[in-house]
Design a protein around this ligand. Structure first.
Ligand code: SF4
Length: 303
C-alpha cells in the first residue's frame, strides 16, 4: 500500500513500516501505529518556532509525536526523530482544552516532523479551529502533492526549513530539496503566513549557496528568512559550532537577496524589524502592522 503523507510515497508491504517508521500496514490497512502518542508538549513563546511576524509576544502550545522522514546528520532533535522515547497518549479534545486553559491562542506542531503524523495534526487542528485557536506547523516542508492540499486549509502559519541546495540535501540530509521548494511555493501562493529558516554550518553553507537560496525565496515571495547558527549535534558533534562572524557574513549576503526581513538566530545578535520602505525600526510587540512613520504595511499578523 502507498503512503501519500510525504514526497517519498513509500510502498509498504503487510507487516512493514515506511521509511519514517510512523506509518505501517497491518491487517490490510495503512495506519499510524503511534497515533496520538506525544513525546513532547510545552508552552513556548511563538518566537521560538521561530515566527517573528505572527502574533509576537504570545505563547503557543507546542506538541510532537515522534518521527521524521529525513536523516540529517546534524539533527538537533534526534531523540524524538526516531521512535525510542517515552510517550503519553493525549486525545485531540484534551490538547485543545490545555491550549485554551493556558491562554495560548495557537497550537504548534513542531519539534519532530509533523508531516509524518499529519493525521493526528489535522484532527487536532480542525478541533482547534472550531474553538477559535490558530494552528502553526514547523516542518521540513517535504509534502506530497496530496498532503499539502489536505494541510493548507487548516494551518495558519508555517516555519519551513530550507536547509541548503540539492547537493546538501542529497549528501547530508539523505533527501531532496525539490519537494521542499515546491512546498514553499505552494504555501506562499496560498497566502498563509510563512517564515523560512536556514541553519548555517560554517564551511558548508557558503556565499554562493546563500545567494542561490535567497534568489529562490525572493522569487517565491517569501518575506521572512531566519539564518540560525549550527551547534554540534548527533553525527556532527565533532564539528565546530558556527561562529558569530561567519553567521554575520552569510547574513550580509542574505540581505542582498531582496527579502525584506532577515534575522539571525541562536546568536548574540538580536535583529530589529525594519520597515522595508523607509528604514524605521518597528517594535514588533506593539505595532498594528503598519509603519508609524510611512504607513507601509509590515508583513505578518500582529496584535
Ligand atoms: S510519511 Fe513519508 S516516509 Fe513515512 S511512510 Fe509515508 S511516504 Fe513514507
Amino acid at each position: 500500500m502507498t503512503c501519500d503523507f510525504c514526497y517519498r510515497r513509500c510502498d509498504i508491504a503487510e507487516g512493514g513500516y515506511g521509511i519514517c517508521r510512523s506509518r505501517a500496514v497491518k491487517d490490510g490497512k495503512l495506519l499510524s501505529p503511534h497515533y496520538s502518542e506525544l513525546c513532547s508538549a510545552a508552552l513556548d513563546p511563538v518566537e521560538k518556532k521561530p515566527l517573528y511576524h505572527f502574533h509576537p509576544g504570545t505563547k503557543t502550545l507546542s506538541i510532537a509525536e515522534e518521527g521524521c522522514n529525513f536523516f540529517c546528520s546534524f539533527c538537533q532533535n534526534y531523540e524524538i526523530s526516531r521512535h525510542h522515547k517515552e510517550h503519553v497518549c493525549i486525545d485531540e479534545d484534551t490538547i485543545v482544552d490545555i491550549a485554551l486553559n493556558e491562554g495560548a491562542p495557537s497550537i504548534s506542531y513542531t519539534y519532530s516532523e509533523p508531516i509524518v503524523w499529519q493525521d493526528y495534526m489535522l484532527s487536532v487542528a480542525a478541533k482547534a479551529k472550531g474553538k477559535g485557536l490558530m494552528n502553526i506547523m514547523v516542518s521540513n516542508g517535504s509534502f506530497s502533492d496530496e498532503s499539502i492540499k489536505r494541510i493548507l486549509p487548516f494551518i495558519d502559519a508555517y516555519n519551513i526549513d530550507l536547509k541548503g541546495d540539492e547537493r546538501f540535501y542529497n549528501g547530508i540530509v539523505k533527501a531532496s530539496a525539490i519537494p521542499v521548494r515546491k512546498g514553499i511555493e505552494k504555501i506562499s501562493n496560498y497566502g498563509s503566513h510563512l517564515e523560512v529558516t536556514t541553519m548555517i554550518i560554517e564551511g558548508i553553507h557558503n556565499e554562493g549557496m546563500i545567494r542561490e537560496i535567497g534568489r529562490f525565496l525572493s522569487d517565491a515571495g517569501v518575506k521572512v528568512w531566519h539564518l540560525t547558527r549550527f551547534f554540534p549535534s548527533y553525527m556532527m558533534d565533532d564539528r565546530k559550532e558556527t561562529s558569530e562572524a561567519y553567521l554575520t557574513r552569510m547574513y550580509e549576503v542574505a540581505r542582498q537577496c531582496n527579502i525584506p526581513y532577515i534575522y539571525r538566530g541562536n546568536s548574540i545578535s538580536h535583529d530589529d524589524t525594519i520597515c522595508p520602505n523607509c528604514g524605521t525600526k518597528i517594535d514588533r510587540y506593539v505595532t498594528n502592522g503598519v509603519c508609524n512613520h510611512c504607513n507601509a504595511v509590515i508583513y505578518g499578523e500582529f496584535i
